[in-house]
Ligand binder design. Structure first.
Ligand code: ZN
Length: 72
């Protein structure tokens, strides 16, 4: 008797989501890539226009950003 296994190829979850962030220093919008595999994260990202650091608090679900806030 032969057993057949159905092999399901599942796409790996894409954890990197890109979002637009408005810099609180210069008001310009730049693109930020967020790793959504971490549900809550604080990070310091340098603005790509004025290069000043931005403190961000980001809450995520796998594959999507739930909330993004500036922290001082
Ligand atoms: Zn800026």
């Amino acid at each position: 008797m032969r057993l057949r296994y159905k092999i399901e190829i599942t796409q790996p979850m894409q954890p990197i989501v890109s979002t637009d962030v408005v810099c609180p220093h210069c008001g310009e919008t730049f693109n930020l890539e967020v790793d959504t595999s971490q549900s809550e994260q604080d990070l310091i990202e340098d603005c790509s226009i004025c290069c000043r650091p931005i403190n961000l608090t980001i809450r995520c679900r796998p594959g999507e950003i739930v909330a993004l806030a500036f922290s001082q």
